[in-house]
Ligand binder design. Structure first.
Ligand code: CTP
Ligand code: MG
Length: 225
């Protein structure tokens, strides 16, 4: 078995309010992307790491024997597709892939290993982390509460989302527009996806205050990194 990590890092980070894309911003003495790559590098179950970059950013990541690089698309789904096609064309022996947002830089090697080990069992072609919704859910209209939504059975999805490689490649080829995430693409293709417990610390840096939150989490994780 060969397990690859496919890290999408070609976004422009429009919502982050930083001078350049968020993955290149300094955080706790390093860059956001360096924390993410290190977590995968430190996970023995991961055999290959592919980073998908924007063409403008290719010079920002020094060559390393630890990872391969290819270029992304205009959308997240396009970047995932490019990464999957790269893996299919280069080596061809990948059996499973973990698809991860570079902006989730607080992911831990332990969590990556848990997801990789689960997908390897082959129980379901997909495995993804998520957290059950605990807040009440409202439907709003014009600044007022217009209704409430039953939260039972609802989850907040995270990454890495792990799949049988051939199955998710076929799913993306059949659904080039992509979906909200790779689990949606998998589901449209009829693939079953198991939910594993997510991690509240595995936030996706999206808005400006998320940098401070992520830095604090990384500091608290010092002893497990
Ligand atoms: N991503 C990508 N290629 C794109 C768009 C997004 O590889 N064309 C990646 C981002 O780099 C990020 C992940 O997908 O790691 C999740 O996307 P998001 O958090 O939306 O990041 P951005 O698209 O960069 O941010 P924004 O939507 O605020 O512009
Ligand atoms: Mg985006």
């Amino acid at each position: 078995m060969t397990i690859a990590a496919l890290i999408v890092a070609a976004g422009r980070g429009q919502r982050a309010g930083t001078p350049g894309p968020k993955q290149w911003q300094p955080l706790g003495g390093r860059r956001v992307i360096d924390w993410t790559l290190d977590a995968f590098r430190a996970t023995p179950l991961i055999d290959r790491i592919l980073v998908v970059l924007h063409t403008d950013d290719l010079g920002l990541l020094p060559d390393s024997p630890d990872f391969e690089v290819t270029t992304g698309g205009d959308t997240r789904a396009g970047s995932v597709r490019n990464g999957l096609e790269y893996l299919a064309a280069n080596g061809g022996d990948v059996t499973h892939v973990l698809i991860h947002d570079v902006a989730r830089c607080c992911i831990t090697p332990a969590h990556i290993a848990q997801i990789a080990a689960r997908v390897q069992t082959g129980d379901t072609p997909g495995v993804a982390p998520a957290l059950a919704v605990t807040d009440a859910l409202w439907i709003g209209a014009d600044g007022q509460v217009a209704g409430t939504q039953d939260r039972s059975g609802l989850y907040r999805a995270q990454t890495p989302q792990a799949f049988d490689f051939a199955a998710i490649l076929d799913a993306h080829r059949a659904h080039p527009g992509g979906g909200a995430d790779d689990v949606e693409v998998a589901r449209v293709a009829g693939l079953a996806v198991s939910i594993v417990e997510g991690d509240e610390s595995n936030l996706k840096i999206t808005h400006p205050p998320d940098f401070t939150r992520a830095e604090k989490i990384l500091r608290d994780q010092m002893d497990i990194r």
